[in-house]
Design a binder for this molecule. Sequence first.
Ligand code: PLP
Length: 355
Amino acid sequence: MVHNFNAGPSVLPKTVFEQASQAILNFNNTGLSILEIGHRTSLFQNVMDEAIALVKELMQLDSNREVLFLHGGASTQFFQVPMNLLSEGETGAYLDCGTWGTKAIKEAKVFGNVDVVASSKDKNYSYIPKGYTIPAQAKYFHYTSNNTIEGTQMHSIPDSPVPLVADMSSDILSAVLDFNRFDLIYAGAQKNIGAAGVNLVIVNKEILGKVNRKLPSMMDYQQHIANGSMLNTPPVFAVYVCLLTLRWLKEQGGVAAIEKINNKKSELIYNTLDSLPVFKPTVAKEDRSKMNVVFSMENPELEKDFLDLCKKEGMVGIKGHRTVGGFRVSLYNALPLSSVEALTELMKHFALQHA
Ligand SMILES: *Cc1c(COP(=O)(O)O)cnc(C)c1O
């Protein structure tokens, strides 16, 4: 038995793997593989249409919000966002609350001015900055909703006088939010939505078309919207895996139902960590992520022992990010509660041994 706590690419539902495998051999009883059908056939058009419709349904998006499946990962959005929203000399406001947000800031500077409204760099991004002001003259405000590497998460949507942009790569569809408060949301698929190779972008079309630079077609959200995410060959298989995962999520009862399970998973592991003095959660309590649980040990010399024990018991992917150290346990939608139960039992066992 393997318990997959990988941070991304990460666990997906077993049924998704089964269905995706079947589609490689024989897609919808066509005798063809999903890998060999034209993207402009009705076979694939149906996949794209259903995936987009499911995103709109699961996130309860209004009619201004367009759903796109694009190439390039979330890292491409770091520059595609400012390219589309920021003319030279204009300013984008950014919250600097983790490694990924820092990268978004770096890329935005290529296209305009960046106003970092607050940063938690002073404490290695172990908390979410609060009490900052978003300048009304900024073109947009960008933040990372869940800091995958450091293990912090925004637990409320900031009030913003300007369009709101969020990198939701590692917590999209994990909890109910008013997604219509955002003007642009992006997420690499490989954490909560599907396979690596595709990006989900949700954009309020009202904010587009205002920038004065010329955009390469592949970088222009408006052209992608006009072409239904098929400006060129989309990542066909990755989109299909998204569709299967979205169907699975709907079968679970949608975002509200998965949120309940996600809450149980994160409560169980944080309660366990708090009750066992050998372990040391590393981020501010009120900002703890429900997706990526980061902790270390009071005695760093024990870390290798715990890692070895986890390995022996089939716990995969709990080593912390190389820049943070310690441990990181990722609890994405498809991770079953039983995996968290198994891990917390192991933690208790380890703590007893090393009390
Ligand atoms: C993983 C991740 C990224 C990077 O995604 P790529 O698809 O590798 O570009 C960006 N932001 C966040 C919050 C992430 O978790």
